[in-house]
Design a protein around this ligand. Sequence first.
Ligand code: GLU
Length: 296
Amino acid sequence: MTENDSPRHVVTRFAPSPTGRLHIGHGWSALQAYDFARENGGAFLLRIEDTDVTRCRPEFTDGIYEDLRWLGIGWGGLMIQSQRFAAYEAALDRLKALDMVYPCFCTRGDIARELAASLHAPHGADGPLYPGTCCNLSQDERAQRIAAGDPHSWRLDMGAALDRTGPLSWHDEFYGDMPVDPNALGDLIIKGRDRPASYHLAVVVDDAAQGITHVIRGRDVFASTHAHRTLQALLELPSPHYRHHRLIVDAAGKRLAKRAAGLSLAELRESGIEGLSLVQDLRASRFPVGIHLEHT
Ligand code: GLU
C-alpha cells in the first residue's frame, strides 16, 4: 500500500474498544496506522469504539489516551462512538427502508437448538452461521411481535443485499482483491438487543464519517471486511483500502488477550520502559521475550 494507490489524501485511524487496558499488540497496531499516515503526509485519527455500554468503561478510555501519549502517538481528530447513536440509527433506518435487514427474535439458546437439530449447519469465520430462522417470518408476524414488545435484534439479509448490489470486492494490501463472501459472517447482527449498533454498522458509518482512506487493523477482523464492504455498498459509502496486519502472539501462537499479564502498555510503562524506546523496538519488530509476530 503506497500513497500512489490512492489519489485521496491519506487518512488512517486507530479504533480501540475501551473494555480493558491496551496491550503491546494494540501499540503495534496503532503505530502501523500512525506511521503510514506520517510517511504519506496524511492524518492519523483516533476513534473510541464504546458502543458496548455494558463492557466499556471511562477509565479504559482515559487509559487509551494516556498509553498513546506515552508512545508519542498523537492523533489529529477524535470520534467517540457513544456520542453517535443517532448516526447509527439513521443508517439502520436506511437499511430498513431498503428492506435489507430483518428483526430477529431468537435467543442464543434458540439458535443453539436450531443448529443442533440441523445436519449441515454452514460455518463462517466465527463458527456456525445464523440459520436464518427469522428471515422466514412473514411481514405480519414481524410487525405483530415488534408491536407486542418482543425483544429483538436486527440482522442483515446478506442474500438480499448481494442480490441488490451485485458481486462486490474489496482490496487488501497482503491478500489483493477479495470478492465478498456472503458466508464469511452470514446474516450478521446490525443492531443487537441491548446495543445501539453492532461493531459492524458503527465501524462502517464512522470510517466514512472520518474520511478514512486506509484501514490498518489486525487480521482478527479480516473476515468482517466482507460484511463491511457490503454495508458500504448498501449505504453508498466509499470503500477504503485495507491492510490486515499480522498479530502479536504468545509462545503458544495464541493472540494476546486484553488481560495478558505484564504486557499491557501501562504495566510496561510502570516497569520503567520508555515509550519512545518501545516504539523503536516495535518499528524494528523487536518484541519482549515470550511474544512474537505470528507467521504468515
Ligand atoms: N474496536 C475494534 C477492535 O478493537 C476495532 C477493529 C477495527 O479497527 O475495525 O477490535
